[in-house]
Design a binder for this molecule. Structure first.
Ligand code: B12
Ligand code: SF4
Length: 481
């Protein structure tokens, strides 16, 4: 069977292109189960469209039998388009990923979608292929036994099978098929602090899945509310492979919360040092929470090769942080984490949200003040985006007005407010958001630092577009990177 796994091309603003670990895991599972003919098509880096890739395969008389498409909420429209192209060329279409887990029925109403996989897909896809490779149709009654699958029976009725329990034994899941990524086309992990390297060999690693916290804006449809960790040995095995076999130039952790167990986090750092894997720089993307840190952890991280940490700070207002975002952390913990990380010699990133329900000009001002006080190397200011299934979504549905039901408009880095609750107007949120970028980055010290970076001049058109978008309120050009 020929299998194509697709991540559709994104129109969401992003300065970087990361590999898609979910597709890597699916491919790893397929290869480990004897399905050897697997191709990845990551729209973030491909030169041809999905339709062109499918046509090429047809012209070579080696059409794809199965096309699996992955989608978070913001990419679902493009995922349907990819499915239409695939279906038109005779392939079975399977959709999976965060949005499909949240809203499976919506996609099952589309004739171009044959099957929807909800939740973790490594086992589900194998069970589906076992049935389809017997020459059975996508309406075969045996599909009813596959957990986490939505399908249509012979009469065309949509059936949502029971959910698949989360796999507890992460160590036994085959590692991502890193060899299938066109790694030289991905960027380094944070061009905004390091300058854009369009040919970095940057890999991402998931050391644990899930998070028990319940921040009201956070959408965790796949990894869930429990925390499952891989063993330190298992992670080090993967790390060793990335450094020695795949010649990684940078590694990023993309867990929901990699440091929930502080002892394990330290053990991982010690193991990386012992294995002499601290030669390749690594960063945490944002899956690190301030209230599970201490100075020793940051010192160990530094010794293990880490160069940068990122924390969700979210709000500078106590009520918004505790009662609206429900972040379960204190300002003292935030300040201590930044102080300790800096003392250990790590660069810092901070994430801040504007426009949560109940916010006022004064609460958003406190957030900007906190960002200025913490002064991370990189500050990411985001306008609150309500993803389906989150507490924020439920609250906006009940008490507010959602401006758009078009999933394309749900990017966190969008410069438009997504909703209005009570007296908080979109105009105020957008003004405070732009103002935060201006006040943070237009300080003389920041400007000087930016102007000293080679990247600013080497990628001048892109950097000028970014500046217009963040500081002035200009619309980004679609798909800008
Ligand atoms: C790393 C990461 C990124 C990276 C890389 C994204 C990527 N291409 O993988 C970057 C930084 C680029 C990114 C960007 C964004 N991200 Co992001 N990201 C993550 C993060 C932290 C980890 C993803 C991961 O590796 N998961 C682990 C793997 C194993 O899981 P997976 O990818 O979901 O795949 C499994 C299943 O979903 C399923 N599956 C997936 N696809 C398919 C396809 C088929 C056919 C099948 C059968 C199964 C299947 O099987 C896989 C294996 O079990 C998640 C949080 C999380 N825990 O998932 C957020 C998350 C996915 N991101 C999110 C968001 C909102 C975004 C942005 C929209 C933010 C923005 N800029 O506005 C953008 C979207 C950009 C884009 N084009 O996708 C949300 C999505 C919520 C939603 N409802 O869609 C999440 C869940 C974070 C959160 N908690 O809110 N992200
Ligand atoms: S934002 Fe982070 S800490 Fe909060 S629930 Fe999501 S993953 Fe957990």
């Amino acid at each position: 069977m020929r299998i194509l796994l697709v991540s559709p091309e994104s129109k969401v603003w992003n300065s970087r292109a990361h590999l898609h670990n979910g597709l890597g895991y699916l491919a790893g599972s397929l290869l480990a189960n004897g399905y050897a003919d697997v191709t990845l098509h990551d729209g973030a880096v491909e030169e041809v469209s999905v339709a062109q890739a499918l046509d090429r395969a047809l012209a070579e008389k080696r059409p794809y039998d199965i096309v699996g498409v992955s989608a978070p909420t913001v990419l679902i429209t493009q995922a349907w388009e990819a499915a239409r192209e695939a279906k038109a060329r005779g392939a079975v279409t399977i959709l999976g990923g965060p949005h499909l887990t949240l809203q499976p029925d919506e996609s099952m109403q589309k004739p171009e979608v044959d099957l929807v996989v909800r939740g973790e897909g490594e086992d589900t896809i194998i069970e589906i292929l076992h049935i389809l490779e017997d020459g059975q149709s996508v309406n075969d009654a045996r599909l009813r036994h596959i957990l986490g699958l939505s399908w249509r029976d012979a009469a065309g009725k949509v059936i949502h099978n029971l959910d698949r329990p989360l796999r507890p034994d992460l160590d036994n899941i085959p590692l991502p098929a890193y060899q299938l990524f066109k790694i030289e086309r991905y960027t380094n992990l944070n061009p905004l602090t390091d300058g854009l390297d369009p040919h970095a060999r940057a890999y991402t690693v998931v050391t644990s899945r899930g998070c028990p916290y319940k921040c009201t804006y956070c959408s965790k449809p796949i990894t869930g509310d429990t925390w499952r960790a891989r063993s330190v040995e298992n992670v080090v095995k993967e790390w060793r492979m990335l450094v020695h076999e795949f010649r990684a130039t940078e590694i990023g952790l993309t867990d929901d919360i990699w440091n929930l167990d502080l002892k394990r986090a330290k053990a991982l750092c010690r193991a990386l040092i012992d294995a002499k894997l601290n030669t390749v720089p690594w960063v945490t993307i944002h899956g690190m929470k301030v209230n599970h840190t201490d100075l020793e952890l940051f010192q160990l991280m530094k010794a293990a090769g880490c160069k940068r940490v990122g924390f969700g700070v979210e709000s500078g207002d106590e009520h918004i942080l505790k009662r609206v975002v429900k972040k379960s952390q204190t300002f003292d913990q935030v300040r201590a984490a930044f102080k300790h990380a800096r003392r250990a010699g790590l660069q810092t990133m901070g994430f801040f949200i504007y426009g949560m329900p109940g916010e006022t000009e004064a609460t958003m001002e406190k957030t900007t003040q906190l960002a200025l006080e913490l002064d991370p190397d990189l500050a990411n200011f985001m306008i609150a985006a309500p993803y389906p299934g989150t507490e924020l979504w439920k609250l906006v549905e009940k008490e507010g007005i959602l401006f758009s039901h078009n999933w394309d408009d749900y990017a966190i880095h969008s410069d438009k407010a997504h909703f209005q609750v009570g007296d908080l107007t979109a105009e105020l949120v957008e003004r405070k958001w732009h103002e935060a970028y201006r006040r943070f980055y237009f300080r003389p010290s920041r400007l000087a630092r930016r102007l000293m970076m080679r990247d600013t001049w080497r990628n001048l058109p892109q950097r000028a577009r970014d500046a217009a978008r963040f500081f002035l309120g200009a619309k980004a050009s679609a798909g800008a990177r």
